[in-house]
Design a protein around this ligand. Structure first.
Ligand code: SF4
Length: 202
């Protein structure tokens, strides 16, 4: 297992599809080394305005996490991290909740007090959604960190079990889900692709 810290935004990628995270992590699928870019800019844009602090970079060896909180709302009794999202569907996803939970864990350690709530701001609808951070979120984040740090370049994860995710996936041209399902059926076992292969071969 690597001792490399997991980027909180990658909790979102992994939750969407572990195979997609594998491509982002082991291949330069975005045309740049985004880990280096994120590290270089980590303190450049930080500023405070009223009860808002933007771009707080935190890392924790103990949690195995690092990341940059978009915005911190300092206005109430409790500090609330806010993650801004663009979502054409007008809603957020479970993977967004896990990313937010990762920021809450980092913030808790930084402040030395519990952070029980975060918020997701949706640009499209101009809505701020309050997300209570549950024990289930915390447990899932910890499990994901362990799984992500255990990944290796030799072991490519299977295809997603939700075929719709592939349509909007930025790693699709590298992953080639249909071709992989035909040529490496073991990667499709238990996924929506398995039935497709079965139908095509009958
Ligand atoms: S194309 Fe589908 S299976 Fe491949 S990485 Fe993306 S979501 Fe996962």
């Amino acid at each position: 297992m690597t001792s490399e810290l997991v980027n909180v935004s990658d909790l979102n990628q992994y939750s969407y599809c572990p195979r997609r995270y594998w491509y982002l992590h082991f291949y330069n699928t975005q045309g740049r080394n985004y880990y280096r870019v994120e590290g270089k800019t980590k303190h450049e844009n930080q500023s405070t305005r009223g009860n808002w602090l933007n771009e707080l970079y935190l890392e924790s060896e103990e949690l195995g996490l690092k990341g940059k909180i978009d915005v911190l709302d300092l206005g109430n009794d409790q500090v609330v991290p806010v993650e801004r999202k663009r979502a054409e569907s007008g809603d957020y996803y479970r993977s967004d909740e896990l990313q937010l939970a990762g920021y809450c864990l980092l913030l808790e350690e930084h402040l030395g007090e519990s952070v029980r709530e975060g918020a997701i701001y949706l640009y499209e609808t101009d809505q701020r959604m309050h997300i209570p951070i549950t024990e289930n979120h915390r447990k899932t984040v910890q499990e994901q960190i362990e799984a992500m740090r255990s990944m290796s370049v030799e072991s490519v994860p299977p295809l997603t079990d939700n075929r719709k995710k592939c349509e909007a996936c930025s790693a699709r041209e590298y992953c080639m889900p249909e071709e992989t399902a035909m040529l490496e059926p073991d990667k499709a076992t238990g996924t929506a692709f398995e039935q497709e292969i079965h139908n095509e071969s009958n």
